[in-house]
Design a protein around this ligand. Structure first.
Ligand code: GLU
Length: 477
């Protein structure tokens, strides 16, 4: 049985986009599912736009997402290969040197546009004589190598494993450049050579590459290479149903990472953008995805990248996360938010774990921890809201708080059940309802009338701090 080989081939001209991450994920799942290999190929031949920091960033983001690769290549290390094949095509009269200058091309392009026609290269350097070429060289003109499109341009059929066959009756492309004057290859040329030389069996990428695929098929023919299989994924859209762009908010994996999303939440959301298990299941671990992923269940319609849905996923995963991990993840935000300074003692770390366990149902992103009302309960500053002040002025409140104070402060520690039984005693002593006890207690301890489970809050704060706060509230009530 042949080994399935897939690839993710980003251009390092920006940080890893969530659309790219989705392509990487689907390829990775396909490789895992088929016991195949995943190739990461950095397409960095556009020297003007490629940046080393983006190559590093893409690698880091993929690792963070857990999308590891079996083989790694950079096209900039392979320039000789592309040049060799370009020369081979020239030698076989399937490509030619073109000496037209940028200015000349631009002038002709503009003219075509003015005439209302599609600007395509007119093929004027196709059949230059050796003397003409020599003359151009002596003039100091640079040359590019263009692919000679077949005279009778055939219609091109892209066999797509996701969309079915897609036919391009005529490609509105002239003889396109395969090697630029600086010796670097064009995307389509390098891509075909690499997919062939790296023995890629299945090329899965977004559908904005469909016309590229059609062009690439012509190159496969000219180079006499077997074609891999192809599959094109529908595009990711922003909430306004237009192409997902900066206008729709964060679009790079880096931003989501910095905002405090967990990789498994992003993976889970991305997995549902264009693939479905068809059984309403929404939460998938990576191993479940690997097991269930199949091309048959790919959804061939545009998908909306939905920030609210991502928040929902993240909240689900934050609620399940191991507390030790949560502490580690939360600390940078808590430090930045000035809740915590310096290193934590073992006890403080345990306390923080309890605090996070308590407040995590309200977290969508870890960045919410930069400023969070519930954290103020533990780290200050505590402010009394008007509603809380009203509660503290209830007629029954001072008796209640006195009763609570006496009982709490004689304890060494307060487990949530201790708080419940003390509240019950005070309620019975005063012959009032639970509300009349819990509300003032919460108002005194947290300064608010709503928030996280008060028994848990008190259990974390302990008898001393709880006592101090009740005493303070009694003075003010
Ligand atoms: N470098 C291309 C891109 O980032 C790769 C497309 C492909 O997968 O062939 O869009």
């Amino acid at each position: 049985m042949k080994t399935e080989r897939v690839r993710f081939a980003p251009s390092p001209t920006g940080w890893l986009h969530v659309g790219g991450a989705r392509t990487a994920l689907f390829n990775w799942l396909y490789a895992k599912k088929h016991d195949g290999k995943m190739v990461l190929r950095i397409e960095d031949t556009d020297q003007k736009r490629s940046r080393e920091k983006y190559t590093e960033g893409i690698r880091e983001d993929l690792k963070w997402l857990g999308l590891n690769w079996d083989e790694y290549y950079r096209q900039s290390d392979r320039l000789e290969i592309y040049e060799r094949y370009a020369r081979r095509l020239v030698h076989e009269d399937k490509a030619y040197h073109c000496f037209c200058t940028e200015e000349e091309l631009e002038e002709r392009r503009q003219k075509a546009l003015d005439d209302g026609s599609t600007p395509i290269y007119d093929g004027r350097c196709r059949d230059l004589s050796e003397e003409q070429k020599q003359e151009y060289r002596e003039e100091g003109r640079d040359s590019v190598i263009r692919f000679k499109l077949p005279e009778q341009q055939p219609s091109v059929v892209v066999p797509d494993r996701i969309k079915g066959e897609i036919e391009f009756e005529s490609l509105t492309t002239g003889d396109f450049v395969i090697l630029k004057s600086d010796g670097t290859p064009s995307y389509n040329f390098a891509c075909v050579l690499d997919d062939h030389l790296m023995e890629i069996s299945f090329v899965m990428r977004a559908e904005d590459h469909l016309t590229n695929t059609a062009k690439q098929l012509l190159l496969y023919d000219a180079l006499e290479f077997d074609q891999p299989e192809f599959g094109h994924l529908s595009m990711l859209l922003g909430p306004d149903k237009s192409k997902l762009s900066k206008r729709s908010g964060a679009t790079s994996v880096k931003e989501f990472r910095e905002n405090g999303y967990l990789p498994e939440a992003l993976i889970n959301h991305l997995s549902q953008l264009g693939w479905s298990s068809k059984d309403q299941q929404e939460i998938f671990s990576v191993s479940e995805l690997t097991e269930k992923f199949s091309l048959e269940n790919i959804i061939d319609s545009p998908q909306v990248f939905n920030r609210e849905k991502l928040d929902w996923y993240n909240n689900q995963y934050l609620k399940q996360a191991e507390l030790d991990r949560l502490v580690e993840l939360a600390l940078p935000y808590l430090r930045q938010g000035n809740y915590i300074e310096g290193e934590l003692s073992e006890g403080e770390r345990e306390e923080l774990a309890e605090i996070l366990r308590l407040i995590r149902p309200s977290l969508d992103q870890l960045e919410d921890l930069l400023e969070h009302d519930d954290l103020n309960i533990f780290y200050g500053p505590l402010e009394l809201t008007e509603k809380a002040e009203d509660v503290l002025n209830w007629e029954t409140t001072s008796n209640v708080l006195n009763g609570l104070y006496e009982r709490f402060t004689t304890r060494e520690s307060l487990a949530p059940e201790d708080v419940s039984s003390i509240v019950k005693e005070v309620k019975e002593d005063n012959d009032i309802g639970y509300k009349e006890v819990y509300k003032p207690l919460r108002a005194a301890v947290t300064g608010k009338v709503s928030g996280p489970e008060i028994k848990e809050v008190i259990s974390i704060l302990g008898p001393d701090i709880t006592g101090e706060r009740i005493e303070k509230a009694l003075k003010n009530s």
